[in-house]
Design a binder for this molecule. Sequence first.
Ligand code: AMP
Length: 407
Amino acid sequence: MASASVLSVTQQLAAIDISKGQPTATSTRPVRAKQPTQSNVSKLLSKYAAPNPSKANLSTSSLRQPVTTTASDTQTHRTPTPGKGATQTGIDIGRYDGGFEIDNEKRGEKVYGEAAEDLALDSSVSRTRPTREWNLASFDIGRPLGKGKFGRVYMVRTKSEPKYILAVKCLYKSEIVQSKVEKQTRREIEIQQNLRHPNVLRLYGYFHDEKRIFLMLEFAGKGELYKQLSKHGCFSEKRSSRYIDQMADALSYLHSKHVIHRDIKPENLLLGINGELKIGDFGWSVHAPGNRRMTLCGTLDYLPPEMVEGREHSEKVDYWALGVLTYEFLIGNPPFEDRNSVNATYRRIARVDLKIPSHVSPEARDLISKLLKYDPEQRISLAEVARHPWIVKYRPKQSSSGGSGAQ
Ligand code: AMP
């Protein structure tokens, strides 16, 4: 996919209000959607547009090209139709493999009772806001982007003008209930829907039917950060510094909204079309205004001493995780990893048994050791991270924080 074309899509997204289009195909199935207000979306999309749009890109945008493939709103199994996208001069959303319908035939059951209510996602808040109806038939579906625990993710384009490129993620309600994460899922959706930051993956809206929930997500054009890390082994100091700059900015935004992420790790980070980092998973995040939490959660290698030791914790768990992330970017594995046993890792974390290889620069070393402090109160603040010499040194000009791509 030509990045210029995708950049133009991002620009279109920036320029247009997603909730403005006319409602498209109606479905007989119970489908609801909740949308942020029009003015908010257009304002925020404009604010967080991809930097440096080229006028040529905007004017030659192919968003209004004819559709390639379609999804059936009757949800009957259909043979995948090859997309014409590849032969078009415009945005290629790729070939749909029929995965939503294939899955829907053999996967998931209807959910009843309290769980169904939890996952209906039509809280009273939506009644006070302008909404618009979306369903699967509102989109041309393109290539698969990945599979998660509860369902598949596809690249899609809205059928109605203006045509947006998005990622649609499907979650099977019965599987969410089986895993006993209906409350967590609902919380994840509610949290993500209210967040607007260039380094936090946007959730534009959602809709559901009896078996599934569909999330309309910002399309992260460069995919998973974890794949990049696995491919390269580790990142350069410049690239790591820029990612950490963006992370610090995103985390301070989240903390200002009383959201503690609690599960920062490369697997939860995506990359936007300009290579900018996007926090993309809110499964463990918690909305905790003034609250200190005692639940043990998150990924072992990124857990701070206070969580390993079962003490109360605050947003400073994310500062620790930022230190672990910095280390992993530069070295290629997390600092307290012990392949012998989980307990050995716990012990290394609790002792802050930190060994930084000699190839790491003194500035990076300084930042890592200031974030990885046993006492949460001693950890360097996010504002100080943004001013740290190792961050400032690599920050692109004309950027107060590392809002642009890291490559
Ligand atoms: P998840 O269920 O969130 O783990 O998603 C499964 C996979 O789909 C991820 O590992 C990504 O490769 C891909 N994916 C998820 N969301 C997006 C998105 N918004 N943009 C691009 N790819 C995505």
